[in-house]
Design a protein around this ligand. Structure first.
Ligand SMILES: Nc1ncnc2c1ncn2[C@@H]1O[C@H](COP(=O)(O)OP(=O)(O)OP(=O)(O)O)[C@@H](O)[C@H]1O
Length: 259
């Protein structure tokens, strides 16, 4: 479970270009829940993910993961508890190494003692099983160098590597944004398969409204550093892309009216 309590972050405080990135933001994500975060540019989405991961130090407020206040916990310690997948499919994996070697590296990151026994048959079998969760046939390409994989396969591999240590929280940071629409859909399907099979608590930031409609239990719209709207349950099931876009345009209208 994740709780963000009154998180506040102001950049350039007291200066002409002061920016309130997080404005006493409150958010709660239950264990096993999949939250989809949307919001216009500058709404505070990246700042929120950075605050959760520890890359951004809050001015005030708390980040609590499964009951533990991690606000003061350094990034490397917090990294043991959460996984994050970024936009760039080239970043999460080592191109010149094979799929299996990448999986081993990820395992090493989670548990430093594992390399000693190397790529033994038991380990390869475990990797095959993990990779099969994605539904992309990567389990049959353990010896393929990662640079020969498609962008979608590579991003899906990043995802499965990130969640290898059974994280308490998975952060998806626009992880399909750099992919063409068809590949983005393939990666989303693979994501859902992995998230459901591993029962991961997940927070995904996206600008893709179709993904926000199709996936996750709750849509959370950020605006000016706080939660402006939450849509869950039956309302989430029936919401359409135009409905969601409408919520963005209300904000634009308000800005026009104010000017
Ligand atoms: N390192 C920084 N230094 C100064 N201002 C920042 C910094 N990071 C974010 N901001 C400001 O904080 C506000 C929130 O930015 P943030 O990047 O969190 O928004 P976002 O919702 O992720 O936007 P986008 O969709 O464009 O990625 C913006 O006004 C932004 O300019």
């Amino acid at each position: 479970m994740l709780e963000i309590q009154s998180a506040r972050k102001v950049f350039y405080k007291g200066q002409a270009d002061e920016k309130t990135a997080l404005n006493d933001l409150n958010l709660r994500l239950e264990t096993g829940e999949f939250g989809v975060v949307i919001g216009s540019n500058g709404a505070g989405k990246s700042s929120m993910l950075n605050a959760i991961s520890g890359a951004l130090v809050l001015d005030s407020g708390k980040i609590v993961i499964n009951g533990d206040d991690v606000t003061a916990m350094p990034v490397h310690k917090r990294a043991m508890r959460l996984a994050r997948v970024f936009q760039d499919p080239m970043k999460g994996t080592a191109a010149s190494m094979t799929v299996a070697e990448n999986m081993l590296l990820a395992e090493l990151r989670a548990n430093k003692r594992t390399l000693r026994r190397g790529l033994n048959p038991a380990r390869l079998a475990a990797y095959k099983e993990r990779l099969s969760l994605l539904g992309l046939g990567l389990e049959n390409r353990l010896d393929t160098r990662v640079e020969l994989l498609s962008g979608g396969q590579r991003q899906s591999l990043s995802l499965i590597m990130a969640v290898g240590g059974s994280p308490e929280l998975l952060l998806l940071d626009e992880h399909t944004a750099a992919l063409d629409p068809r590949t983005a859909d393939i990666v989303m399907q693979a994501t859902i398969r992995a998230v459901e099979a591993l029962k991961l608590t997940t927070l995904m930031v996206t600008h893709n409204m179709q993904h926000a409609v199709d996936f996750g239990h709750r849509v959370i719209m950020l605006d000016a550093g706080r939660v402006r709207l939450e849509i869950a349950g039956a309302e989430k099931t029936s919401i359409t892309v135009p409905d969601l876009i409408g919520h963005f345009s209300v904000k634009t209208d308000r800005m026009f009216l104010a000017s």
